[in-house]
Design a protein around this ligand. Structure first.
Ligand code: B12
Ligand code: SF4
Ligand code: SF4
Length: 265
């Protein structure tokens, strides 16, 4: 039986432990993911979708390390909130799993790390957290696209939310023009290769080329590469688990998001 009271409690727990927005979608309303979900947690009925907001100032900073540090924190808030919710539900007798926000992710063919078990944008739209933007991201009334998403699978039959009736994106097109590598062409269409090349400067592809490159070089060249800035950058990526070098399409819906953030003071 659909439990609205438990849904309310779950939302309170999520909001008290790092979430800024939370919504619920029935597994049956995510037919694209139903098969995978049933393999991860048989008899799951609901997905709790959690959004944690970025600091808009940090991800707009020209110093990318500020944006990366903020991203680590925002993902941590997603993890904290989703794990607390899953433990809360399990203590009530409902098997539940906190899902990764982005990694770990299936690295095998054909997805190769580019397809999540649940697409959080899609789940967020169906749970009524916001709507799709021209940037292809989930845009919220409260924080624009400057959020990170995660969630919890549960066997509890939680009272669901509904997709918003009104489009949150005002189609100003700022995100499309702000992309430094012209990866966006509007209406959510993205050239994943162009974007990936820009945001993952020292990610997997760089690592792969780096290792390949070492085989083809002479000893003195290898020594130079090993002493170079790029290896240190890659080491930092591995250490922090964060490798994003661009946030432009996340920061453009400022008109919508800033007043709300200020109103909390
Ligand atoms: C792989 C991945 C990428 C890849 C591919 C992105 C992509 N478009 O699929 C790359 C490396 C390019 C990438 C880039 C970025 N990513 Co990314 N990425 C993911 C990841 C891990 C998986 C996405 C996935 O499964 N895609 C596969 C399929 C489902 O996507 P698709 O085929 O494109 O289908 C989409 C469209 O068809 C769209 N769609 C369908 N109908 C319609 C209709 C309209 C009108 C529109 C507009 C769209 C639309 O809906 C589908 C998604 O819901 C998710 C985490 C997760 N598990 O969700 C994060 C995630 C999507 N990324 C995120 C972010 C923030 C970014 C970046 C800003 C980088 C950064 N600095 O962090 C850029 C933004 C690029 C952009 N504008 O889209 C956030 C998005 C937050 C938000 N507000 O929506 C996520 C959810 C991570 C998180 N946990 O918060 N990412
Ligand atoms: S910047 Fe404008 S067009 Fe892009 S997602 Fe935000 S509101 Fe929509
Ligand atoms: S993250 Fe940067 S490179 Fe990727 S689509 Fe957004 S603006 Fe373009």
């Amino acid at each position: 039986m659909v439990n609205h009271e438990l849904a309310k409690k779950v939302k309170d727990v999520a909001l008290a432990h790092g979430a800024d927005l939370v919504g619920i979608v029935k597994v049956a309303d995510l037919p694209e993911h139903e098969e995978r979900i049933s393999r991860i947690l048989p008899y799951s009925l609901s997905v709790v979708v959690i959004a944690a907001r970025h600091s808009l100032a940090a991800i707009s900073s020209s110093n990318n390390q500020m944006a990366q540090f903020d991203t680590i924190h925002t993902y941590n808030e997603c993890a904290r909130s989703s794990h607390t919710v899953s433990r809360f539900l399990e203590s009530g007798g409902f098997p539940s799993i906190a899902m990764p926000a982005f990694i770990p992710i299936d690295m095998q063919h054909p997805g190769k790390g580019m397809r999540g078990e649940i697409c959080w944008r899609r789940a967020g739209v169906r749970a009524g957290l916001g709507s799709y933007g021209e940037n292809g991201l989930l845009v919220t009334r409260e924080f624009g696209s400057a959020i990170r998403l995660a969630g919890v699978l549960t066997t509890a039959d939680l009272g669901p939310d509904h997709p918003l009736e009104k489009d949150v994106c005002d189609h100003c097109g700022k995100c499309v023009s702000a992309c430094p590598v012209a990866a966006l062409s509007g209406n959510g269409v993205i050239n994943k290769k162009l974007c990936g090349g820009n945001i993952f400067k020292y990610g997997f592809r760089f690592f792969q080329k780096f290792v390949e490159g070492l085989y083809q070089k002479s000893d003195p060249e290898i020594t130079k590469i090993i002493a170079g800035h790029e290896l240190r950058e890659m080491w930092q990526t591995f250490m922090t688990g964060n490798y994003y070098y661009c946030y432009e399409c996340q920061t453009q819906c400022q008109a919508k998001s800033l007043p709300n953030q200020q109103s909390k003071i």
